[in-house]
Design a binder for this molecule. Sequence first.
Ligand code: NDP
Ligand code: GDP
Length: 322
Amino acid sequence: MKTALVTGILGQDGPYLAKLLLEKNYKVYGLISRYANPNFSNLDYLGITSQIDYLQGDMTDECSLMNIIKNIRPDEVYNLAAQSFVAASWDQAKLTTEVNSLGVLYLLNAIKLFSPATKFYQASTSEMFGNSNINGEQNEATPFHPRSPYAISKLYSYWITNNFKESYGLYCCNGILFNHESPIRGKEFVTRKITDGIAKIKLGLAKEIRLGNLDSKRDWGFAGDYVRAMYLMLQQAKPDNYIISTGVSHSIRDFCAIAFNHAGLTDWEKYIVIDPQFKRPAELFSLQGKSSKAKDVLGWEPEVTFEQLIKMMVEADLSRYK
Ligand code: NDP
Ligand code: GDP
């Protein structure tokens, strides 16, 4: 039986990845911090809460990570833990850096010292590109120009992951994932904020949704598709870095129009209030990834379309409030 440690197990991607690994007969360990009230609702949503072995530790506590790696020496580590919300990273830049940058260094050091055969996946992000692009798209060769403390912290982790591969011969991969969503996406992210708001409006629990910039464009995919790519990256003969995206980009406006329409609410603009507090000090105007390397080498392609994703999210939020 193969073993995997998944950090960020209580977030969005952790549960989808854990479900995939359990289906493949892995023993799955999940790292959780010390909480007064841990929130297992995302794992509950996928029905796998009782199938994970939980280990207490924190990305900012080097010793806890060393002990865990030393004790379980997993075949694979998927590092999904992060302060992952871009907007919060301006106000909490130090925390973001400690978790997203130093945390990765600690984890890699633990692997190097106690379990060098462990394969390592790092959750890198399209945010590292900023507004940089090649003919309107981003691929593995596009120069990085991070525009938030979050993106900068993730650029450090991208490079330290490459460095441990090059310096010590560890099997380390970066998945450069574009935005991916699901019914268990955090409610502060714009997609889920919209679908959650729509469900409340539809059921008479709210009258409006307050948003920032409606014109920025994102390449949105489904988290369930993207965790397959993470798994595939660790099954190759050699470690490498891959862009994971759908190749199709939409604005927040497009998302709103389709989502409201799906809930049977016409004239979506009358429900939206533009609130400057949700605008960012520096914005990424357009992300659109080219994932042809992942298709050629990993045989990976997304299955869920933009419209199907929105429908899934709207329906899940409607049934929650009902
Ligand atoms: P989430 O924010 O949903 O999950 C991140 C998890 O990390 C949370 O469960 C959080 O715990 C945990 N965490 C935060 N700080 C610590 C810490 N100090 N020690 C241990 N655990 C901690 O993110 P996603 O699942 O959406 O994303 C997974 C990864 O992929 C993240 O690294 C993200 O930055 C990256 N990524 C995500 C993209 C996306 O579109 N979703 C795109 C590209 C990259 P808690 O529940 O307590 O907050
Ligand atoms: P990000 O791409 O990781 O920052 O994911 P988000 O879902 O947080 O934001 C995607 C885009 O939506 C960004 O360009 C935001 O500026 C834009 N946006 C507009 N209004 C909002 C809002 O109210 N909340 C969030 N989170 N984003 C918003």
